[in-house]
Design a protein around this ligand. Structure first.
Ligand code: ZN
Length: 462
């Protein structure tokens, strides 16, 4: 969303650039799944631990890391942990993952951080915060970056906060919080870590750090005598301040742009600070995911109006009808629906979704194996639904029948993209989204979206 839309709605000045707004069918969990799938795409062998970090998990009681692990189809022996309650949760999760790998309780740990904090309308927070997720894998070998030193510490401080009943981020005077909290504590942690690594601050090429706003990041840079190129302003100008996910997102961005041998600092702030110093290896290019941070920023879809932000964040109540859900059905179908698996006939290899007892091709009975389905496909047919959940929509929801790559035909709703661009034969990719939240329970499933990258169609027929 261009920040000027919020300024135009309420008056006042607009901060430069845009902020990222998660769609109405997204939350921290679905964004985390997208980031994790992007991160793991190029990593054979998977992971045996998942740390999910967020201050805005869809649940206070119910672990999001377990849902994420299930969608990733990890074995149930994988260790799953939610880290919450602080903007430092993202770098806390990196520390926990490093400790787990060093102690030998995990071979390879996925750290995924996501945040969707809500800024109060008509305040600067509404323009500053951005919704985002980022994922990194911590392991022992074949690394994009190696750890040189780290330091951690807490400092009790009254900065931004949210109590369980608070919908919006609360804060005192921003300048004081930034100066005595963010800048002072983060700068001290970075200095201590550099000293531990035997490095002069001038030897640090990149800073991937928490950033509340442009002024805070600039002041931190001055304290650390960092060059402008070392600071990641692009994220603030396009995504916004992404809460617990910000240092990880900046790390991913920095790893995409750094040359071999460069030194990067990753640091997170929140009631104290964590700092890590890394050296980029010659494996960084090979470890890059399919979609880079720069790609995703470039291919984002612009909101058409400020009202879409209010609707996406559920700040206007529209009384949708409550669809029926069933805990029995959820338990029965979880193996098919979360990791997205279909049945492959043992007799004739036909793939079906859902996995029916009878093969529609050869009639074999109870003779299938559950297999992972392709995450991209081609539109077989579709309708544009103007009547969605009892509401007549100006922008219809496309409902698609998709032939998945590798077999299986599936009925999916379309999420992002121009509904009028859908055609028979269009390529789509699958994305994990929230369907609805009846009875306060989040129901997640797959939807389709147009390929984010132009090379998304390159895999057609392969
Ligand atoms: Zn068959």
């Amino acid at each position: 969303m261009p920040r000027s839309l919020a300024a135009a709605a309420w008056g006042g000045s607009a901060a430069p650039g845009e902020r990222a707004v998660a769609g109405a069918d997204e939350d921290s969990l679905t964004m985390a799944v997208s980031a994790a799938l992007n991160a793991l795409g190029s990593l054979p062998g998977g992971v045996d631990a998942v740390f999910f970090a967020s201050t805005s998990s869809p649940y206070q009681e119910k672990q999001a890391a377990a849902t994420i692990a299930k969608v990733l189809d990890l074995p149930e022996s994988a260790a799953t942990t939610d880290v919450a309650g602080s903007l430092r949760a993202g770098t806390d999760a990196i520390r926990l993952a490093l400790d787990a790998v060093r102690a030998g309780s995990a071979e390879r740990a996925l750290v995924v951080a996501a945040d969707m904090r809500v800024g109060e309308p008509a305040t600067p927070w509404e323009q500053l915060v951005g919704d985002a997720a980022a994922a990194v894998v911590v392991g022992r070998d074949d690394l994009a970056a190696t750890l040189l030193a780290e330091s951690h510490g807490y400092r009790e401080f009254l900065g931004p906060w949210r109590r369980p009943a608070d919908l919006y981020v609360q804060s005192f005077e921003g300048k004081v919080e930034s100066k005595l909290g963010y800048e002072e504590q983060l700068a001290a942690a970075v200095r201590a870590t550099a000293a531990q690594a035997g490095l002069d601050l001038a030897q640090v090429d990149r800073l991937a750090v928490s950033a509340p706003d442009r002024a805070g990041l600039r002041n931190l840079g001055r304290r650390l005598k960092a060059s402008d190129q070392a600071l990641d302003y692009l994220l603030l100008d396009t995504v916004g301040s992404a809460g617990a996910a910000h240092p990880l997102l900046s790390l991913c961005h920095v790893l995409e742009e750094s040359a071999t041998g460069e030194v990067a600092v990753v640091a997170g702030y929140g009631e104290g600070a964590d700092a890590f110093i890394l050296r980029v290896t010659d494996r960084a290019t090979a470890r890059r995911p399919k979609a880079s941070v720069a790609d995703l920023i470039e291919t984002g879809e612009l909101l058409h109006s400020y009202e879409e932000l209010l609707e996406a964040r559920n700040l206007i109540k529209l009384d949708p009808p409550e669809p029926k859900v069933s805990a029995v059905q959820y338990a029965r179908d979880i193996e098919m629906e979360l990791p997205l698996k279909g049945g492959r006939c043992r007799a004739c290899a036909t793939v079906q979704f859902p996995a029916w007892r009878i093969c529609r091709s050869c009639g074999a009975e109870d003779s299938h194996d559950l297999v992972p389905l392709g995450r991209a496909g081609t539109v077989f047919t579709f309708v544009l639904d103007h009547l969605d959940r009892g509401r007549y929509l100006e922008r219809p929801v496309p409902r698609l029948v998709v032939d998945l790559d590798g077999g299986g035909r599936i009925f999916l709703e379309m999420s992002d993209g121009d509904p009028y661009s859908v055609a028979v034969g269009s390529r789509v990719e699958l994305t994990f989204r929230r369907m609805h939240g009846p009875h306060g329970y989040g129901n997640y499933y797959w939807k389709a979206e147009p390929p984010r990258l132009s090379n998304g169609a390159a895999g057609k027929g392969s």
